[in-house]
Design a protein around this ligand. Structure first.
Ligand code: LLP
Length: 422
């Protein structure tokens, strides 16, 4: 996992399956996930006591099912995610599913009680709300350590600009409140942002140690949160997982010594497990020149993959010619890659702030395929029906077989529930 990736702009297959065949069999735009990559990433994190998948990154039931079969536990941030976890075979009553959020709504609180789910409270109010309905509850607390970091300001989840968690200097107050409500704090959790580097992630260890010592011996688990980065370009890299683990392990050991019992160490990755497994295959529908810019317009847009327009996120892009020829033999051009939406920002090659960027790519013709890579995290799950576009189909490649795991939406799906009053 530590070898820096090399991204090619020409691609014929995904996990041994021909891109042209996948596109022909399932249509485009199409999300394709290579299960083997997910399994490899799970194996990379074996040293942790528990790997808790942040399913917000990619929550298709088939993916959750395969994660479960590999021993990965899960978190749920909403009633919908609780129901997904249950539908994928996870059970309540233990810590297979943790509800982790900053609020309860009526539905999520009911589900938590009905299925006896563990809860990670991201606000003092959650402690009381749970305590009133489940006297004697054990909870973990999500602590905002007062600082954060992310690949974009919008993915920074610590510090006072962030709405997440319980402020680090209010732990004492929360413990008093928990006591009044008959709630015991048995674990702590911190997540400072997504796509953060080792330096930032290691500051969390120190903050965790301070917070856990403040809570004291009732602490049985600590969670390192998510945020493990994956490289989206050759300029980026993985964090050194051995170093990362050993920093957390030392923290855990010191706490275990202080408390006189073994403190369990969890990690809560989303992107690290699923990003690199996912590809969005789209078809080129127009190649046009506008002044100095050459545009490749695809049949996938920010309704399918929102990260570039939302965060200026960079995704590797590759080309697969429709006739199966080698894209590497094509002339290289500087192209702007965009989608079909009736909105100027519908551009995949842009930087934060909405600047249109060009990418060196093999020249495309109408009918060729363009593949947006590293799209398995925060890809399909952030898709929308904007411009009345139906959401893409999803396919998982398992044991050398492409398997449909979500049908392409239809017009009927699009208008389901709409009514025209008399
Ligand atoms: N745990 C908590 C409490 C989180 O809030 C998140 C992400 C994760 C774990 C997983 O973070 P990861 O390991 O995937 O970085 N849509 C944005 C990312 C938003 C993440 C929100 N919380 C993106 O596309 O980059």
């Amino acid at each position: 996992a530590f070898t820096p990736p090399i991204f090619s702009t020409s691609r014929h297959d995904i996990a041994g399956q021909s891109v042209v065949e996948l596109a022909k069999s399932f249509g485009t735009p199409l999300y394709v996930y290579d299960l083997l990559t997910i399994q490899q990433r799970i194996a990379d994190l074996h040293a942790f006591d528990a790997i808790r998948y942040a399913q917000k990154a990619c929550s298709n039931l088939a993916i959750l099912d395969r994660m479960r079969r590999q021993g990965v536990v899960v978190d749920a941030v909403s009633a919908g995610e609780i129901r997904r976890a249950l539908a994928a075979g996870y059970s309540g009553g233990g810590k297979e599913i943790i509800y982790t959020a900053d609020i309860f709504d009526a539905e999520s609180l009911d589900l938590v009680l009905e299925h006896d789910l563990a809860v990670n409270c991201g606000s003092p109010d959650m402690i009381s709300q749970l305590g009133q309905r489940r006297p004697g509850a054990d909870v973990t607390l999500r602590i905002n350590p007062g600082f954060g970091h992310g690949h974009s300001q919008k993915t920074n989840t610590g510090g006072e600009q962030s709405k997440h968690g319980i402020w680090f200097s209010q732990i004492d107050e929360c413990l008093r409140r928990a006591d009044q409500d008959g709630v015991t704090v048995t674990g702590l959790h911190m997540h400072i942002g997504s796509g953060t580097d080792l330096e930032h992630l290691s500051q969390v260890c120190e903050a965790m140690e301070r917070a856990a010592l403040e809570v004291g011996r009732t602490i049985k688990t600590i969670s390192a949160g998510g945020g493990l980065p994956v490289p989206y370009s050759e300029a980026e890299s993985y964090v050194d997982l051995d170093k990362y683990y050993s920093l957390w392990d030392q923290t855990r050991c010191r706490l275990s010594d202080a408390f006189g019992h073994r403190v369990e160490l969890e990690i809560e990755p989303g992107r690290f497990l699923s990003a690199e497994s996912g590809f969005l295959i789209a078809e080129v529908r127009s190649v046009k020149k506008m002044g100095d810019n050459l545009f490749f317009l695809l049949n996938a847009g920010f309704n399918d993959l929102a990260r570039p327009v939302m965060y200026g996120a960079h995704h590797p892009i590759s080309v697969c010619p429709a006739d199966g020829s080698d894209a590497a033999q094509r002339e290289k051009v500087q192209a702007v890659v965009g989608g079909p939406l009736c909105e100027s920002g519908d551009i995949f090659t842009q930087r934060e702030g909405g600047y249109v960027d060009k990418r060196e790519l093999p020249m495309c013709r109408v009918g060729d395929y363009v593949i947006l890579e590293n799209a398995g995290a925060y890809g399909f799950v952030m898709a929308s029906n904007y411009n009345s576009k139906t959401r893409a189909a999803e396919v998982m490649i398992e044991d050398g077989q492409p398997k449909l795991i979500r049908q392409r939406e239809t017009f009927e799906d699009l208008v389901r529930g709409e009514m025209i009053p008399d």
